[in-house]
Design a protein around this ligand. Structure first.
Ligand code: XIL
Length: 364
């Protein structure tokens, strides 16, 4: 007999036909990434989303390899509250339930971000009600998931050199309305709403020896230092780690930066690891190896710093990656930035992750 629930899940599955391939997952014998990382005191996982967790074989792959997950967009303000009506956390709750039911920890992403900011909120923040709307957002989303989140990206991407400020802070709607101290306030509000969660500032564009990135690193260090000096309850720094095939990675430079962050007493998470392969050749075997090599050098350098405790990829399968819209290849070939291919077969990147964990120094 078909229950209402069956009908609903069949309906959901029908909507997924583009995502779900019709073949079984091959059996896998090697030790999973979750265990390899855990053996060194590192937490490994992947982002997922409410749609992907309906794909049984992908769920199985995530559960096998991951100890932590994070929803792709489901906690962002524009998704939880596209209008001023009460927020809807149901899609994020589905990802949280998947994590809970399968023994995965959860990251929160993200309470405060200048992007994915609903129009009504951008307008309100600039007006007389701004402070209240801002505080309700932080208290609301962090409070809703209280007790469920290991690491919260409280504030995302508030460094922007081009905005011309001496401190390299972004001239975001939040900064314009509340002044630079609002980030410390966001951390205090988040800490009150969920005292157990480890609170992170998260940012991108700091991984390479590249024009602009040196200033971005300086901006981040100043921001983190200011937050610590102000006594804000910040516990960690999230390095997005969207790696880029065209850029030159300088291990010594990046390693020194990690040490400076660690010296502030902060833990470090690599929060959105993937490799944008647009500068690599189209041929799949060559491209996959180049992606793996690029990742391996980065990860070996990062894991050498023991303050790096969590590593999260921005998706797990090439079937569904934001890079195909954010940075499509000129030859139109789909990007191959993640550990599993579109049919959930492990790629050289999976092996590079495994080797990086196997060789990582032991955390206490
Ligand atoms: C991306 C999502 O993957 C896309 O689906 C969405 O359209 C845009 O945002 N930095 C972040 C993430 O902090 O939230 C972004 O995620 C990728 C860049």
């Amino acid at each position: 007999m078909l229950t209402r629930r069956d009908v609903l899940s069949l309906g959901a599955a029908a909507g997924l036909s583009a995502l779900v391939p019709a073949f079984p997952m091959p059996a896998r014998a090697e030790t999973g990434l979750r265990q390899r990382a855990a053996a060194r005191g590192i937490v490994f996982g992947s982002m997922t989303n409410a749609k992907q967790i309906e794909w049984p074989e992908l769920r199985q792959a995530l559960v096998r390899d991951c100890a932590i997950t994070v929803p792709e967009n489901e906690m962002k303000w524009g998704v939880t509250q596209p209008t001023p009506a009460a927020p809807n956390y149901a899609p994020a709750d589905r990802v949280a339930a998947f994590a809970r039911q399968n023994g995965l920890a959860l990251r929160g992403h993200t309470a405060v971000w200048y992007r994915n900011l609903p129009g009504w909120a951008a307008e309100a923040i600039a007006g007389p009600d701004g402070r209240r709307v801002f505080e309700e957002r932080v208290r609301g989303v962090v409070g809703h998931f209280k007790g469920q989140i290991a690491e919260w990206d409280v504030v995302n991407e508030e460094i922007e050199v081009k905005d011309g400020r001496d401190d390299h802070r972004r001239a975001s709607p939040f900064l314009k309305a509340f002044g630079p101290d609002y980030i410390a306030d966001a951390f205090r509000l988040a800490h009150e709403a969920d005292p157990e969660a480890k609170l992170f500032y998260n940012d991108y564009g700091i991984e390479y020896d590249h024009r602009g990135m040196n200033e971005r690193r300086a901006g981040v260090l100043k921001l983190l230092t200011d937050l610590k000096t102000a006594g804000a309850p910040i516990h960690g720094f999230g390095i997005q780690s969207h790696l880029v095939s065209a850029l030159r990675f300088d291990p010594a430079l990046f390693r020194a930066f990690l040490a400076e962050v660690a010296d502030l007493g902060l833990t470090i998470s690599l929060t959105e690891l993937d490799v944008n392969d647009y500068a690599f050749p189209e041929a799949v075997a060559i491209r996959d190896q180049a992606v793996a090599d690029h990742l391996k050098l980065y990860l070996d350098t990062a894991l050498d710093e023991k303050a790096v405790r969590t590593v999260v990829t921005w998706g797990f399968t090439d079937r569904d990656t934001w890079l195909n819209s954010f940075s499509a290849r000129k030859d139109k070939a789909p990007q191959r930035p993640l550990p599993l291919d579109a049919d959930l077969r492990p790629k050289p990147m999976w092996t590079a992750l495994a080797q990086a964990f196997d060789h990582a120094p032991q955390r206490a």
